[in-house]
Write a protein that binds this ligand. Structure first.
Ligand SMILES: NC(=O)c1ccc[n+]([C@@H]2O[C@H](COP(=O)([O-])OP(=O)(O)OC[C@H]3O[C@@H](n4cnc5c(N)ncnc54)[C@H](O)[C@@H]3O)[C@@H](O)[C@H]2O)c1
Length: 366
């Protein structure tokens, strides 16, 4: 009998040691797939402090170019603000590194597309950290939809509100909605490919950008999705309701005892002939069945994400949340910005695949 060979550990550096970077560092350090070898941040002492905190042989850099010169590093994980992703990702790809980049993939679809092209040409992995797609709850939702447990999807209603940090470079859509959009993209079998979206935003405090946002996304077969994001709510809600022709699922991410509930309830509509004539009338009936809660394993999403990043590099395959998934999210965000700039008019995604209008780019901040 031959002992199975453990694959060699891959070597990774984290760029960005602000709020989110430490979470990536912590998960790489505890992963059997990775050796975390360096932390880089423009703020040198901040990089050093994180490097000291997470391990013994972790180097600190304040110069990205010096970090990228290291030939012993296989991959970099980028947790810097969205406006820096394009420059950092292209530089790291050109230095031969595989990339994990935070959401949103980039600050425009055009920039994101350039990153995806560059990675493909170099045969390197470009993965978006769509963190929620690695949570047990979202993986279960995807399974339930795929096996037909909900039937055909009728509506999706997503609420993500709390007292959030008003971001310096993006509005609330670009900060929070990437989560909802990447989840919807992941759980729908056909992915998130709407024809058009409409968005309404408000800035009642005069912060200079939308702090409250409502995004409406028509889906196939007259279904509809709605996303509500808000930085100004004193109560925190993280809830998604997905209604289907057979069942409706409610995901309450802040309820660890019962994150998912599946309601065997709904409305049936049948057409019946009226008095034997050709005319038909709609008959509405209500199904009132059981509610159940699927068991979910407890696992930190970023641990699963680090595992998937390593597996995609070793297998030479696209990761579960690849650059294309990141681009689908960016396409919706850009259409939302165009809609916002035109007072909520439905904005088409068609024809805006490759190029971004200046108006949409400016509207990122509105
Ligand atoms: N996946 C998630 O759930 C999640 C949660 C929060 C934030 N994020 C994402 O993580 C990214 C970072 O957000 P944050 O809240 O940590 O921001 P932050 O401002 O707290 O930290 C960013 C850090 O990057 C450093 N930095 C900026 N430009 C740099 C450059 N060119 N080279 C090296 N370092 C640079 C800054 O000095 C800072 O320390 C964003 O894309 C954000 O959307 C993701």
């Amino acid at each position: 009998m031959t002992a199975s060979k453990t694959p060699a550990r891959l070597r990774v550096a984290v760029i960005g040691a602000g709020y989110w970077g430490p979470n990536l560092a912590r998960n790489f350090i505890s992963s059997p797939d990775w050796d975390l070898v360096a932390i880089c941040d423009l703020d040198g002492p901040r990089a050093q402090a994180l490097a000291d905190r997470v391990g013994t042989n972790v180097a600190a850099y304040s110069d990205v170019a010096a970090l990228l010169e290291r030939r012993d590093i296989d991959a970099v994980a980028i947790a810097t603000p969205a406006r820096t992703h394009h420059t950092l990702v292209l530089a790291a790809l050109r230095a031969g590194k595989h990339i994990l980049v935070e959401k949103p993939l980039a600050d425009s679809r055009e920039h994101g597309a350039e990153m995806v092209r560059e990675a493909a040409e170099r045969g390197l992995i470009l993965m978006a950290d769509h963190t929620y797609c690695y949570t047990p709850a979202v993986i279960k939702i995807r399974e339930l939809i795929a096996e037909g447990a909900l039937g055909d999807i009728l509506f999706i209603d997503s609420v993500r509100i709390n007292l959030g940090l008003v971001q310096p470079d993006v509005n609330v859509f670009w900060d929070l909605a990437p989560h909802d959009l990447s989840i919807i993209d992941f759980v729908l079998p056909q992915g998130l490919r709407p024809q058009a979206v409409s968005a309404q935003g408000a800035d009642p405090l005069g912060a200079g950008k939308a702090c409250i946002g409502y995004l409406t996304i028509p889906l196939q077969n007259d279904a509809i999705a709605h996303v509500h994001v808000n930085w100004l709510s004193p109560t925190k809600i993280r809830q998604m309701v997905i209604g289907g022709t057979l069942r409706t699922l409610v995901w309450d991410d802040l309820n660890p005892q019962q994150r998912l509930s599946v309601y065997d309830r709904g409305v049936d509509l049948t057409q019946q002939a009226v008095d034997g004539a050709n005319a038909a009338a709609s008959m509405v009936s209500y199904r009132l069945g059981d509610t159940w809660s699927p068991a979910l394993p407890e696992r930190e999403a970023l641990g699963a994400m680090a595992e998937e990043f390593a597996a995609s590099i070793r297998d030479g395959r696209a990761p579960r949340t690849d650059g294309e998934a990141g681009l689908r999210v960016l396409a919706v965000l850009e259409a939302a910005s165009r809609s916002l700039a035109s007072q909520g008019l439905l904005s088409s995604l068609a024809g805006h695949d490759a190029a971004v209008t200046d108006a949409a780019r400016a509207a990122v901040l509105r």
